[in-house]
Design a protein around this ligand. Structure first.
Ligand SMILES: *Cc1c(COP(=O)(O)O)cnc(C)c1O
Length: 396
C-alpha cells in the first residue's frame, strides 16, 4: 500500500504553542506526584469573580442556550461601547465591535481582515507566541524587530521605520506585553503610530492586559491619539486576563466599520457567535462595575507584591539580570551569561529542579526565560530558591 498523501502546508508549517506544551509537561510531572513549581502558565491563578459566574448561571437557567447574534449579544456590544467611551474617550458604535471566542481568535480575525497572502506584518520581538503562526496561517509574512532588555524590550520608531517595505501592511503592538511585561510610554506610542500612519499601515493593538499595570503606569491606546489613528487601529482584547476568565473563551475586536464588518463575516463562517450564556457573564463584568473593581484590585495587589518579590530575588542570583517590568504578570530575566540555549536551560531546570519556565526562544528572543508570577507566593518563593540553586550549579 502506498503511503498516504501528505497533510496540508498549513498543518505541516504550524508550530504548536510552546507555552501550552511546557505547561502540559509540568502538569504531567505534577500528576505523577512530583513537586513542580510552575512559572509557565499564562493565566491568572484567581477564580472568576462570583457575580460574573452567577450572571452566566442565571442566563443558562433562563434558556440563553441558543445561537446568538454572530458579532455578540446587543447589550454586551453596547456595554463595550460604553466602556471604551468611559475608559478612553473613544466614540465607538456597537456595530464596530465583534465579540469572539477568545482574544486569540480576535487577533486571528484582525489579521485575516487586513492581510492578503504575501503581505508583510511587523512583529516586535520578544513577541507573543501566536502572532507569527497566525500571520503565516493568513499566508502573510512575519517580519521581526528585536528589542532587547537594554531598551526595556520596547522597539523604537527608527527600528520600525527601517523594517517597513512596500509590502508591509500591518504593525502588531502589545503593550503591556506578553512575554516581557513591558509598557510603552505615551511618547513612544505616538512616535510608533506616526511612522505607521506615514506608511499607511494598519495597527493591531493587543490590549488584553490593559488593566494589569503597576507603579501608577497606564496603557496608552494607539486609537486614542487621533481620528486617523483610530481609523487605522484594530483593538483586540478580551475578558481572559482582567477578569480571570481564560476558560470562558471570550474576546473582543474593535475597529472601523468596514474592518469590523469583515471580521464579523469571517467569524460567521468560522465559528459563529461566542458562547451565548457566557456573554451574559461578561456583561455582568462590565455592568456591575463596583464588584468587578473590587476583585480586580485584590488581584492587582497580589500580582504587584509577587512582581516586586520575584524581581528582587532574581537579581540576587549571580549571572541573572532582570528588568522590572510594569505590566501583565510576567518577568523576562536575562540568563545569557550561563552559555546555554534558553531551551536547554529550561529543559535542565525542569529536569533537575522541577521548575517550569518557558524559554525566550519561544518568543523570538534567545538568552531569556519567561516567568509568570500568576501563581501563589509560596510557589514563587520555593521556585526562585530552586532556580538560584540551579544557577549556582551551572556557575561552579
Ligand atoms: C492571553 C493573551 C491573549 C488572548 O487570550 P484569550 O484567552 O484567547 O482571550 C491575547 N494576547 C496576548 C498577548 C495574551 O497573552
Amino acid at each position: 500500500m502506498s503511503s498516504p498523501a501528505p497533510l496540508s502546508s498549513w498543518a505541516l508549517n504550524v508550530s504548536p504553542s510552546p507555552t501550552l506544551t511546557i505547561d502540559g509537561k509540568a502538569k504531567a510531572l505534577q500528576a505523577a506526584g512530583e513537586d513542580v513549581c510552575g512559572f509557565a502558565a499564562g493565566e491568572p491563578d484567581f477564580d472568576t469573580p462570583e457575580h460574573i459566574k452567577n450572571a452566566a448561571i442565571e442566563a443558562l437557567k433562563s434558556g440563553k442556550t441558543k445561537y446568538a447574534a454572530n458579532p455578540g449579544i446587543e447589550p454586551l456590544r453596547q456595554a463595550l461601547a460604553a466602556k471604551y467611551l468611559a475608559d478612553y474617550g473613544l466614540k465607538i458604535a456597537p456595530t464596530q465591535i465583534v465579540v469572539s471566542p477568545g482574544g486569540k481568535f480576535s487577533c486571528y480575525l484582525a489579521i485575516l481582515a487586513v492581510c492578503s497572502p504575501g503581505d508583510e506584518v511587523i512583529i516586535p520581538a520578544p513577541y507573543w507566541v501566536s502572532y507569527p503562526e497566525m500571520v503565516k496561517l493568513a499566508g502573510a509574512v512575519p517580519k521581526f524587530v528585536l528589542a532587547p532588555d537594554t531598551t526595556g524590550f520596547r522597539i523604537t520608531a527608527a527600528q520600525l521605520e527601517a523594517a517597513i517595505t512596500p509590502k508591509t501592511k500591518l504593525l502588531i503592538l502589545n503593550s503591556p506585553s506578553n512575554p516581557t511585561g513591558a509598557v510603552y510610554s505615551r511618547k513612544e506610542i505616538e512616535d510608533l503610530v506616526a511612522v505607521a500612519l506615514k506608511h499607511n499601515l494598519y495597527i493591531m493593538s493587543d490590549e488584553i492586559y490593559e488593566h494589569l499595570v503597576y507603579d501608577g503606569e497606564t496603557m496608552v491606546a494607539p486609537a486614542t491619539l487621533s481620528p486617523e489613528a483610530q481609523e487605522r487601529t484594530i483593538i483586540v482584547s478580551g475578558f481572559s486576563k482582567t477578569y480571570a476568565m481564560t476558560g470562558w473563551r471570550l474576546g473582543t475586536l474593535v475597529a472601523s466599520a468596514p474592518i469590523a464588518k469583515a471580521a464579523a463575516e469571517l467569524q460567521s463562517q468560522m465559528t459563529s457567535n461566542a458562547t451565548t450564556f457566557g456573554q451574559y457573564g461578561a456583561l455582568a463584568a462590565l455592568v456591575e462595575k463596583d464588584k468587578t473593581q473590587a476583585s480586580l484590585k485584590l488581584m492587582l495587589e497580589a500580582f504587584d507584591r509577587r512582581r516586586k518579590f520575584l524581581h528582587a530575588e532574581l537579581n540576587k542570583i549571580p549571572g541573572v539580570s532582570c528588568v522590572l517590568s510594569k505590566g501583565a504578570f510576567y518577568l523576562f530575566p536575562n540568563i545569557s551569561s550561563f552559555g546555554l540555549s534558553s531551551n536547554d536551560f529550561c529543559a535542565k531546570l525542569l529536569e533537575n529542579e522541577k521548575v517550569a519556565a518557558v524559554p525566550g526562544s519561544a518568543f523570538g528572543a534567545e538568552g531569556y526565560l519567561r516567568l509568570s508570577y500568576a501563581t501563589s507566593d509560596a510557589i514563587i518563593a520555593k521556585g526562585v530558591e530552586r532556580l538560584a540553586r540551579f544557577c549556582r550549579t551551572l556557575k561552579s
